[in-house]
Every structure is written in C-alpha cells, then in structure tokens.
Design a protein around this ligand. Structure first.
Ligand code: IMP
Ligand code: MG
Length: 171
C-alpha cells in the first residue's frame, strides 16, 4: 500500500480561509454553534474555527455508520451526542468529507427536529460522483474524484488522520 498526495496542506488552508470568510460574513451578529462530526471532522474544525472572525461556540457529535471500512450504509449510530442546548441557535455541521451523503443527510434531519434557528453544512472535501441522496453542502469544499483518501482527519482502519496533506491510498 502506498500514499500519493492529492490535496496539499496549502490548498486545504486556502479553501478553509475562503469558507471561514464566507461563514463570518453570513453569520455576523448571529449565535453560531459549530458542530464537529467526530472523529474525522476534528482537524478541519480546528482550522476553520480559528479563521472565523466572530464569537462561536463549539460542540461535537460522534457518529459511526454501519458497513465496511470504506462503504457507508446510511444507518448511523450516535456514539456521543452534543452536550449543549441548541434551541434557537444557528447550527453549522462541520464535516471532513461528503461521500454518499447518507451520514450528513441523517444528521441534518436530526438537528432539524431540535428547534434550531437554522441547520447548515460545511465540508472541506466533496465526492459528488458518489452521492446516493440529494444533498449539497451550504459551504462547499474541494471536489475530489471517486478515490479513497486519508489524512486531514480521514482514516483508513483508524490510521493516517494526522497526515497534514490529503492522500490517495493505492493498494
Ligand atoms: P457518507 O455518509 O457516505 O457521505 O460518508 C461520510 C463519511 O464516510 C465521511 O465523513 C468520512 O468520515 C467517511 N469517508 C467517506 N469517504 C472516505 C474516504 O475516501 N476516506 C476516508 N473516509 C471516508
Ligand atoms: Mg466523517
């Protein structure tokens, strides 16, 4: 198995800054809660949050979707729910990658039942070809081809989340 760089840390940083600027503009004077999706979303959330030029609060939800290590089944299990009261708040779900869209579709509907002022999505990466449900990020990240990637929060069997660049895994 070998790793080949697909997105450099510089490209990730540039896109993150663009997204943070748009978010800062759109949510000015609003109560924004960034909800990071664990585990993969932790790296992007940390970078994004530090580029947002306004007060935000931060929470995390941990989910796993049943299925094999590289295929999402759409059945989502909540391992850890958010801790804060989000009634009336603006929620921005912060995710590493949208693949089939099943996980985020589920999370969006879940938050929509909790009396939030709004629920939106930001993901630093997107594989549009793989979509199984009609779901678009409100703040779109970098489009990537249908290849399995690791790094910048994404793992293969629990490893490589700490790689600063996004790499394709070649078997
Ligand atoms: P979805 O429900 O199919 O959209 O998948 C969502 C999650 O599956 C992503 O947030 C990742 O955590 C994981 N995932 C999807 N594709 C990849 C990949 O290429 N590498 C690592 N994890 C992935
Ligand atoms: Mg994820």
């Amino acid at each position: 198995m070998s790793l080949r760089v697909l997105i450099t840390r510089e490209q990730l940083e540039k896109k993150t800054k663009e997204l943070a600027d748009a978010i800062s503009r759109d949510y000015k004077d609003k109560e924004l809660v960034l909800v990071g999706v664990l585990k993969g979303g932790f790296v992007f959330l940390a970078d994004l949050a530090r580029k947002i030029a306004m007060d935000v609060t931060i929470d995390f939800i941990s989910v796993s979707s049943y299925g094999s290590s590289t295929e999402s089944s759409g059945v989502v299990r909540i391992n850890k729910d958010i801790d804060s009261d989000i009634t009336g708040k603006h929620i921005l779900i912060v995710e590493d990658l949208i693949d089939t869209g099943l996980t985020l579709n589920y999370l969006k509907e879940l938050f929509n039942t909790k009396g939030c002022a709004s629920v939106k999505l930001v993901a630093i990466m997107d594989k549009p070809e793989r979509r199984k449900v009609d779901l678009k990020a409100d703040y779109s990240g970098i489009e990537i081809p249908d290849e399995f990637v690791v790094g910048y929060g994404l793992d293969y069997a629990g490893k490589y989340r700490n790689l600063p660049d996004v790499c394709v895994v070649d078997e």
